[in-house]
Write a protein that binds this ligand. Sequence first.
Ligand SMILES: *Cc1c(COP(=O)(O)O)cnc(C)c1O
Length: 432
Amino acid sequence: MQALRDKARRADENDPLASYRNQFLFPETEGTECAYFTGNSLGLQPVTAKQSLLDELEDWGKYGVEGHFRARNPWVSYHELLMAPAAEIVGAREKEVVHMNGLTANIHFLMVSFYRPAGKRFKILCEEKAFPSDQYALASQVKFHGYDPADAIIEIGPREGEHCLREEDIESKIAEHADEIALVFIGGVNYYTGQWFDMERITRAGKAAGAVVGWDLAHAAGNVPLKLHDWDVDFAAWCTYKYLNSGPGSVSGIFVHEKHARNFDLPRFAGWWGHDKEARFLMEPGFRPLEGAEGWQLSNAPVFSMAPHLASLRIFAEAGMEALRKKSLALTAFLQEVTEAAARETGADLEIITPEAPDRRGCQLSIFAHGHGKELFNHLTDHGVFTDWREPNVIRAAPVPLYNSFSDVLRFGTVLRGGLEKETVERAEGSR
Ligand SMILES: *Cc1c(COP(=O)(O)O)cnc(C)c1O
């Protein structure tokens, strides 16, 4: 225990990103700052988010409608401020990224363009137990095109006795259905297991089969290094309120590969914000889409949700994904170490179902607590350690390199061990 304590202290002392913690607001339980491991669900508020939002409220008050052109950050082009820093995070060219709507809405809008079933090729390949919203989106899209989800959706699951998918199994499934798959659509990092797929390899396999390949990056954007452009991904979408710390329900980001930038023949559900900027206010009939991702926009920009996102993107730009990833690898390895130590010392059966290989996971670990119920999770919460619980008995914990410290992780381990010990004692007393 002392060894872990020393290790945490040394790691925090030598952490070049340690000061970023002060740029975020931490919830408290009974006057004590919590150890926050739920940045995979809702990222913490950057201190600068408030001013960023207040600036826009102030300019609205000061200029009214003229704020579209006279605000410090004119609203007519506000979305453009987000393009370059977000492109940096997902490995894209600036023109390949834009922000609009919510994530699930964007999956639908992008599928209008990129799920184009025809003849024998009408199926979608996705992962088993995808995030429910994605399952509903995919099923409703295939129904919209007149197919039965039972035929049109191919789900790929783990092998018997395993929790994660194997890339070679995904490849062979794609090959097996090569002439039937219209779209491969998977979550880049699985929300439940924390598995980060080899996106480049799966994208290559999908394209080789003649399919379009899209990714849901809700758990990947801001968490793992991405190279969407180089990997030749067709399209992707993500939310900005998880690892990107932009507040509840904040605006979603999309990626459309440059090679589709001028493909104006793709079907799309259009709106005026996707229309040629020069001619937008002429209000003439006839939709002329903008080049690149911007051409998929519908409505004018939701500035009040973009303002906190802009504040957050500035922090990412300063810290840099490379440095964040480096710390993330060390933090998550330490989380694994303290979890395994707690299990060993108490004789508990804790199974980490997230892949062991660092390049196959982001910061989240999903811990299957065999023989334990929700009391263990409640014990963590009651002691100010925020994690989340997924049925049947999985605790998900995500140490975020921007604001979590090695001491936070140590605290997780200490409280976890306390919870396991308590249950062992209670059980022993119960069986007496
Ligand atoms: C968080 C998450 C969502 C949430 O969708 P919203 O439209 O933002 O409510 C969808 N899909 C995945 C994979 C997620 O992790």
